[in-house]
Design a protein around this ligand. Structure first.
Ligand SMILES: Cc1ncc(C[n+]2csc(CCOP(=O)(O)OP(=O)(O)O)c2C)c(N)n1
Ligand SMILES: [Mg+2]
Length: 810
């Protein structure tokens, strides 16, 4: 083996190794692998004995990960899946105690930094956001983007992590941001199981990486199974590197370097990773390392047993070709260590892992036991004076009898005690109530916090600056107002990039970026292939690495092709890392009215229900959109902006401060004041309602029209609820399906803002029909709320409460 192949993670020292050094490194490698294996074995036992809920482990994948870790350097990134514990231990990005803390769902990020007890075990992440909301120095640390359970779901993000290095290297204006990159010398390491390469996201990412030529190193851990489904049912030719041969670069073409190596061959693995990663890092050539002949000594997870679906022959082969057994054999054969030396080291490693497990368990249970004593004491004190003494003592006995009780058991006991004593005015009861209030706050921090980053840099804290117009304000097409806004922002901040289908050369299909590529270059305003999932993933990865991406999805209807990435990855990122990671990606799209089934959708309910964790902006015109972009580009949370597809050519006045004025999120605007009814609408239907106003006025109806402007957050000042105090009637107009976004808006106003209290009649919604909108203006008229529908809906509501003043039309 070449000696350089052996250096340890993060170490580039090229000094020659003595045989003793060589032995030390190999023995240490084996120890890391062996400890990891012990953690897997012990972890499974902890689940089967009920101390943890579920276990999925990296046994059978240890040796390749040790080799991969040797090539990993400061500034590098990982986007991987649940088999990578050995890599995490070998790089030092995680350790055994944290491994067990996560298995036990320890909710303290000091103990379980990856997710604060929110994620299943072996779902890794490093914390790159400081508690004060600032970024850590990523160039000086090893970085792991947060894992997800959806297999293949992380691949689009991997593309973005790698693409960031390309931008940092090729755009000299970015070299100053050396907290994030040292001129692009980083590699984004991805891992994926053989079965998950069947996912579309894998292929989309793979192709895009070959086109973009980014430093992305994909390792496929091939154990020939995906739970019970064998390779023959997963992969063409049962071999992913064989199937992908067309991506192999040739003289004069772009493409990949593809490697294939066996998962139990320590020497070959070290050499392959060293060669492949060097090429990837230095030349930004994407590489794939297909690691075959891996095993699963304990089967897929704690949910089942692989003896059910693997043949005796396969199981016997897996036993013989266990990577650690093979490495041990090689170490003895090549005189690195004797069997006795290894036995001794293994015994010490076993004990060490046990100790780590016990410590992790004791740390969690010691906290809970102390809280338990306090809880029991409080209930006991109440029992002394309460007439429900016997029942309260039963509650205590029940709580004490629980095996490994958790916080939920204490809270449940206290809630029960409070219910048993509702009629008693005792100081001891008040003490319990106070305890519960305190616990609610603590548990809300533990389990419900950080849906958004909520840092001082949140877009909700961006100062509000009004749009200003001078006397000679130009009146332009809406698209030109947006264009001027983007121009000013690109000038202001070199970290801003925009990309998507047709965004570059022609400046998007509606020309918001027209002329900007020739001004700022194609690294800043960039065309992409038709690949919505990886457009979003590209944005997620860039945003994680300190850049300010605007990822464009050409029409809102195509958002569906990226919804898995938006929902699973982007929207859950802050929550699933308990605020340890953020990705302030802005997703730009356009939608609502136009023509045709796939060009006029307004699936806002789908968006609201799947993307909590993103701000959802629905500007009624391009000036409001510009103000929202100005806000979002200065904040650190992700957002979706839906522009009105039919608004680009409508005339708007250009503010003099078009790149600086801000539209605050969650600030509803009363567009028309009135007394008889409150109408809430947004986006394109707002214009329909505005069109209806003159006729309604003639009919004597005074309408108060409110534009929430953002659906998430929704009307933080309760403008809608306040309006109902005056009008007592509510109509929500929306071009989504019945019961979709309009139901969300109703819930906000009626329930959250106590709107029900002021209503003198049934609140109503006017929405589109349940089917997709047909092509053609007649189809549109009979499907989406039109001006006649709006007039009649509003008139009917006022007529119902005052038929004398407003005689029925029909
Ligand atoms: C999108 C998605 N589909 C299905 C699953 C259920 N699932 C979890 S692991 C797994 C098998 C994955 O096999 P492979 O990619 O070969 O990885 P391995 O576990 O064998 O290392 C499946 C189907 C999932 N988690 N996510
Ligand atoms: Mg597999």
């Amino acid at each position: 083996m070449s000696k350089t192949a052996l250096y340890t993670a993060g170490n580039d020292d090229a000094a020659e190794l003595s045989f003793d050094d060589f032995k030390k490194i190999v023995i240490n490698d084996y120890r890391v692998g062996f400890e990891s294996r012990q953690a897997s074995l012990l972890g499974r036992r902890e689940v089967l004995t009920g101390k943890a809920k579920f276990g999925i482990f990296g046994d059978g994948k240890e040796v390749a990960q040790i080799a991969m870790a040797k090539a990993f350097r400061n500034g590098d990134w990982r986007a991987g899946y649940y088999r990578d514990q050995t890599f995490m231990f070998a790089t030092g990005m995680s350790n055994l105690k944290e491994f067990f803390a996560q298995l036990y769902a320890h909710p303290d990020t000091e103990k379980e930094p990856a997710s604060g007890g929110r994620q299943m075990n072996c779902h890794y992440a490093t914390r790159y956001v400081n508690p004060d909301g600032t970024w850590i120095n990523q160039a000086e640390s090893m970085n792991c983007s947060s894992d997800m359970s959806t297999t293949g779901g992380h691949m689009p993000r991997l593309l973005g992590l790698a693409y960031a290095s390309k931008l940092y290297r090729q755009n000299p204006d970015l070299h100053q941001f050396n907290n994030f990159s040292v001129t692009g010398n980083e590699v984004a390491f991805g891992t994926i199981g053989n079965g998950s390469t069947s996912e579309g996201l894998f292929f989309e990412t793979f192709n895009a990486g070959g086109v973009l030529q980014v430093p992305m190193a994909i390792s496929v851990w091939d154990d020939a199974y995906a739970i019970s489904v064998p390779a023959s049912l997963q992969t063409t030719k049962e071999d992913i590197s064989e199937a992908l041969q067309g991506f192999q670069r040739e003289k004069g073409t772009n493409g990949y370097e593809i490697f294939k190596v066996r998962g139990w061959d320590y020497v070959a693995l070290c050499e392959t990773y060293q060669y492949a990663i060097r090429l990837c890092r230095e030349q930004h050539v994407p590489v794939m390392i297909h690691v075959t002949e891996m095993t699963q000594p304990q089967g897929h997870s704690t949910s089942g047993s692989h003896e059910r679906y693997k043949s005796k022959e396969r199981l016997a082969w897996e036993d013989e070709y266990d990577c650690l057994k093979q490495m041990r054999k090689w170490m003895i054969e090549s005189a690195v260590a004797t069997a006795e030396e290894i036995d001794e080291m293994e015994a010490a490693a076993k004990k060490y892992v046990r100790d780590c497990q016990r410590e992790a368990w004791n740390e969690l249970t010691a906290e809970i036991e102390a809280e338990m004593d306090e809880t029991v004491k409080l209930i006991d004190q109440l029992a002394m004076y309460s007439s429900a003494r016997d029942e309260l003592n039963t509650v205590i006995a029940h709580l004490r009898a629980g095996v490994d009780p958790g916080r939920k058991d204490m809270v449940a006991a206290v809630r029960k005690a409070l219910r048993l004593t509702t009629h008693e005015q005792l100081a001891e009861r008040q003490a319990l109530l106070d305890w519960l209030t305190d616990e609610k706050e603590k548990n809300s921090q533990r389990y419900n916090s950080k849906l958004f980053s909520n840092t001082p840099f949140s877009p909700l804290n961006v100062p509000v600056i009004a749009a200003e117009y001078d006397d000679s304000a130009k009146v332009l097409d809406g698209r030109e107002v947006l264009n001027a806004c983007f121009d000013a922002n690109f000038e202001r901040d070199p970290r801003i990039v925009a990309f998507g289908e047709d965004v570059g050369a022609i400046g998007d299909v509606n020309q918001g970026f027209a002329g900007l590529q020739s001004k700022f270059g194609d690294l800043r305003i960039t065309d992409t292939g038709i690949r919505e999932s990886t457009i979003i993933g590209q944005g997620v990865g860039l945003a994680m690495r300190g850049l300010r991406p605007i990822a464009e999805i050409q029409y809102m209807d195509y958002l569906l092709y990226s919804i898995n990435v938006l929902s699973d990855d982007l929207a859950s990122l802050s929550y699933r890392t308990a605020g340890g990671q953020k990705a302030p990606l802005i997703v730009r799209t356009r939608g609502h009215r136009l023509e045709g089934i796939w060009h006029s959708g307004s699936p806002m309910g789908l968006i609201l229900n799947s993307m909590r964790g993103l701000h959802i902006c629905v500007p009624r015109n391009m000036t409001q959109a510009a103000g929202m972009y100005n806000t979002l580009l200065r904040g650190d949370e992700p957002a979706l902006v839906v522009e009105c597809l039919n608004g680009y050519r409508l005339k708007e006045k250009l503010p003099v401060n078009v790149g600086d004025f801000t539209v605050p999120l969650g600030k509803a605007e009363v567009l028309h004041e009135g007394m008889d009814i409150t109408v809430v609408s947004y986006g394109s239907t707002l214009r329909v309602v505005q069109e209806a106003l003159p006729e309604l006025e003639k009919l004597g109806v005074s309408v108060e029209l409110i534009d929430p402007q953002t659906l998430y957050p929704f009307d933080l000042d309760n403008a809608c609820g306040a309006s109902l105090q005056k009008t007592n009637k509510l109509l929500v107009v929306d071009e989504d399906l019945p019961g979709a976004a309009s139901a969300y808006i109703l819930q906000k106003i009626i329930e959250n803002q106590n709107g029900y209290y002021f209503l003198d009649g049934q609140p109503k919604t006017l929405t589109a029909k349940e089917h997709r909108p047909p092509y053609g203006s007649d189809g549109d008229y009979f499907t989406k709320p039109n001006v006649d529908d709006v007039i009649e809906a509003i008139y009917t509501m006022v007529s119902e409460s005052n038929p004398t003043k407003f005689p029925p039309i029909f």
